[in-house]
Design a protein around this ligand. Structure first.
Ligand SMILES: Nc1nc2c(c(=O)[nH]1)N[C@H]1C(S)=C(S)[C@@H](COP(=O)(O)OP(=O)(O)OC[C@H]3O[C@@H](n4cnc5c(=O)[nH]c(N)nc54)[C@H](O)[C@@H]3O)O[C@H]1N2
Ligand SMILES: Nc1nc2c(c(=O)[nH]1)N[C@H]1C(S)=C(S)[C@@H](COP(=O)(O)OP(=O)(O)OC[C@H]3O[C@@H](n4cnc5c(=O)[nH]c(N)nc54)[C@H](O)[C@@H]3O)O[C@H]1N2
Ligand code: SF4
Ligand SMILES: [Mo]
Length: 736
């Protein structure tokens, strides 16, 4: 059998590295970084290598499962769909659309089939109960960006290669490989930047790997970011450092903002963030005085009570110092396909709205079409009209990934029906009545829908499947289309391509009326995600416009480029990118100003003696990669890190066990000592706790770890974005 080499984009994190995979027959021989990749130029991390293990994992599901008398039995696809039809349709028909919830998780962001076809399923359901991992993650940033620039995904990223100063708040890209910033090989880029005289400052309760590779680390009290950021904005006005530069004329609300922050001088903010006033002022001055600089914040700043205010203030600081949309500052990528901020009329738009619906129990407002995932359990548990009685979970593991996981597990058990689209029988899918598996990533084509909108450099890259998919196994977009048809009471048994033809024809009819027929003809004979991709590329900002710009992009050209097409460095995009009704950057949205009084109230609260923060590890990916040998080897990773001085006071020792508890629950975990932590702060990673009954993850089960989210309160939310509070939570700890 001859060996083959394939180019494949890694779907396991936001860095989107290009990989070179060598295979023989159906076997993977080796996986390495693709050196010819125009975007990632050979970078790879251990997770990329684990794609071989994932492909071969005996626990990965390859056939639908139906639960019969409490036990899962293998079933054919038709049997599985019949079961869904028999059990789910009556709930929908008799109790109405809101009785069926849908919950979509992180891997969907990396899968064009799931991301592009989920809206069709959601539409077929018609439920208000749509949940996703976004409210455990980046919803605050999406909301602040939507309010300021008019679209949820207009998010600026650091232009690191051309920057002289980068301040990082609550992110650890050296381990996470970047988030809301697609930046393979952060380490190499940071090193190059520092070697030419640039500086990196990291603000984090833990001296992280990123902080160790920076020029300065400033510890911050967990949850204290809003105080620091307000102190910095105050300083910019107070010391006359505001320079809008190229943004002058594109900004609305400067005076309102100035007045709103008057009450927050750094001297008053210092106790809240544990960063001295003089340091807050220095940070503001350094940003103002450096020509090419930016402030970048990520999940540590979002998973807080003031996540949306933090996300807003970060952009405010970049704007007031003239660094937003400036070379070397925080810039907006321009994706080749699917970016809403490249569609419609440039410079003005409808803006965004929130709260078009509210959740039934907590009255939490809808944000970006969804409700906070922390409302899922109460919507299932609370009787009354509109009670959730069935759930469709797609690539989503809330039992481990959402706060108060044990409550979610109990709630799932009480459902009348649950369907999981998942590749494992794990902590969440074990509650399902039917599990429909996806493919191995190596059996799927790949084009990133979301991440080119967040990339350090503009690019378009496609990779085809490495292996043929097993006979009879559908692609996930096909499963979603069939489910949508089933829910609409239509024939789901027929040709799935006919369903797809129908779906795209009606979408095109809405979008382009009289041209629809011609465009559809031009896209033939493509099907599924590839057809959507060709349409998006051709009508996108670099596209061939269906022949009107022959030198432009189309799918055939992107496919033909061996390892991607480079579309160059990031370019300034304001005002073209704006989609606000005013056509301006909204610097002081009322919704955000209205939350400021709560900051004053929070400043008056007593500080917890011990608070808990999260942590990510290079050989882990949220809740589901602990079954892969290449990642599972080595030291125990689910450890509670404690500062040695705190450990001495608490009677904890390295390698011993501790009981960590909150009002929600308690956990027994292994202790590790680390002087990198701030005093009074403990750190535990999320995504562990694989020892639950019924979980079919043989390797992960050997070292299951404990579920951090069993300690967290599902009622703790940022009320604006609905994002959960996952960090800075008060805990008690004692030796076991
Ligand atoms: N305490 C705390 N909790 C957190 C976080 C934190 O920092 N602290 N981080 C949060 C963040 S940022 C996120 S994004 C969420 C993630 O939480 P989730 O959205 O739940 O995502 P994962 O934990 O990655 O679980 C992914 C699920 O998808 C399945 N899966 C994997 N690949 C595929 C596929 O190709 N097809 C299908 N159908 N299924 C697949 C896996 O088996 C698993 O069940 O966790 C959040 N939870
Ligand atoms: N190896 C690996 N990579 C991953 C993932 C993974 O699980 N493992 N998950 C992926 C996902 S889904 C996401 S969303 C991204 C996230 O990417 P990042 O945002 O880079 O994620 P973290 O490493 O959790 O970094 C968050 C940092 O915030 C700090 N922090 C905690 N609380 C606070 C606070 O109150 N204030 C401040 N300023 N900092 C605080 C933490 O100490 C931590 O260093 O990573 C992705 N990449
Ligand atoms: S950094 Fe992310 S995209 Fe790159 S190989 Fe690792 S997991 Fe895959
Ligand atoms: Mo995430």
């Amino acid at each position: 059998m001859s060996q083959q080499s394939h180019y494949r984009i890694c779907p396991l994190c936001e860095a989107c590295c290009g990989l070179e995979i060598r295979s023989e027959g159906q076997r993977v021989l080796s996986i390495r970084g693709a050196e010819n990749d125009v975007f990632s130029t050979g970078f790879i991390c251990p997770k990329g290598i684990s794609l071989k293990d994932l492909h071969e994992d005996p626990d990965r599901l390859r056939q639908p499962l139906i639960k019969r008398a409490g036990k899962f039995v293998p079933a054919s696809w038709d049997e599985a769909f019949e079961e869904v039809e028999r059990r789910l349709l009556p709930i929908l028909r008799e109790q109405g659309p809101d009785a069926v919830a849908a919950c979509i998780g992180n891997p969907a962001a990396h899968k064009i089939g799931l991301l592009a076809y989920f809206p069709k399923l959601a539409r077929a359901l018609g439920t208000r109960n749509i949940f996703s991992a976004s409210t455990l993650d980046q919803m605050p940033k999406q909301l602040s960006s939507g309010l300021m620039y008019g679209h949820w995904l207009s998010i600026a990223v650091p232009d690191l290669p051309r920057s002289d100063l980068l301040i990082i708040l609550g992110a650890n890209p050296l381990v996470s490989n970047g988030s809301l910033w697609t930046v393979p090989d952060y380490r190499g880029k940071a090193r190059a930047m520092r070697e030419r005289g640039g500086r990196i400052i990291v603000i984090d309760p833990r001296k992280t790997e990123t902080a160790h590779a920076a020029d300065e680390h400033l510890p911050i009290r967990p949850g204290g970011d809003v105080f620091l950021l307000l102190g910095m904005v105050h300083t910019l006005f107070d010391e006359g450092l505001v320079r809008l530069k190229h943004l002058a004329g594109h900004v609305k609300g400067l005076e309102t903002l100035r007045e709103a922050v008057l009450a927050y001088p750094p001297e008053r903010m210092a106790s809240g963030c544990a960063i001295p006033a003089e340091t807050q002022r220095r940070l503001a001055r350094e940003l103002a005085a450096t020509e090419r600089a930016s402030l970048y914040a990520r999940i540590g700043s979002c998973t807080q009570r003031f996540g949306t205010l933090n996300s807003w203030l970060v952009d405010v600081i970049n704007i007031l110092t003239g660094h937003l949309d400036a070379i070397g500052g925080a810039m907006f990528p321009k994706a080749a396909a699917f970016a809403a901020n490249t569609q419609g009329r440039p410079g003005v738009g409808k803006g965004i709205s929130t709260g078009r619906r509210r959740s039934r129990v907590s009255q939490a407002p809808e944000v970006f079409g969804e409700l906070p995932i922390s409302c899922l359990a109460e919507e299932i548990e609370t009787p009354g009209p509109g009670q959730v009685r069935a759930l469709i979970a797609i690539a989503s593991n809330p039992v481990l990934s959402a706060p108060n996981g044990p409550r979610i597990a109990r709630a799932l058990d009480s459902l009348d029906f649950m369907l999981s689209l998942d590749i494992y029988l794990n902590e969440t899918s074990r509650h399902a009545d039917v599990i429909l598996p996806g493919l191995s990533p190596l059996e799927e084509l790949h084009y990133d829908l979301a991440f080119p909108q967040l990339s350090w450099r503009n690019q378009a890259r496609y990779s085809g499947p490495v292996f043929d998919k097993p006979a009879g196994q559908p692609e996930e977009w096909q499963t979603l289309l069939r489910l949508a048809a089933l829910l609409e009471g239509r024939d789901w048994r027929g040709d799935v391509n006919a369903l797809d033809d129908e779906a795209i024809a009606s979408d095109l009819q809405v979008r382009m009326a009289e041209q629809a027929g011609a465009v559809l003809a031009a896209l033939a004979p493509l099907r599924g995600p590839e057809r959507l991709l060709d349409l998006a590329l051709r009508s996108g900002p670099y596209g061939d416009q269906f022949g009107r710009r022959p030198e432009g992009l189309n799918l055939a050209k992107v496919k033909a480029a061996a390892a991607g097409i480079d579309l160059g460095e990031l370019q300034p995009r304001i005002p073209e990118l704006l989609r606000t009704p005013s056509g301006q950057i909204e610097l002081a949205p009322q919704q955000l100003l209205d939350d400021l009084p709560a900051v004053d109230a929070a400043l008056a609260l007593p500080l917890p003696a011990m608070s808990l923060i999260g942590r990510r590890d290079m050989r882990s990916g949220n809740s589901w990669m602990h079954n892969l040998p290449v990642l599972a080897k080595g030291p125990v990773r689910c450890t509670l890190l404690v500062h040695p001085d705190d450990a001495a006071g608490l009677g904890l020792r390295e390698g011993g066990r501790a009981c960590v508890s909150t009002a929600q629950g308690e956990l027994s975990v292994e202790v590790g000592l680390s002087a990198d932590l701030m005093r009074g702060v403990l750190s535990l990673p999320h995504g562990w706790g694989h020892d639950l009954p019924g979980v079919q993850l043989a390797l992960a089960r050997q070292r299951p770890g404990a579920n951090l989210n069993a300690l967290l309160d599902d009622r703790a939310r940022d009320p604006l974005s609905g994002n959960s509070v996952l960090s800075g939570v008060a805990v008690s700890v004692r030796p076991l």
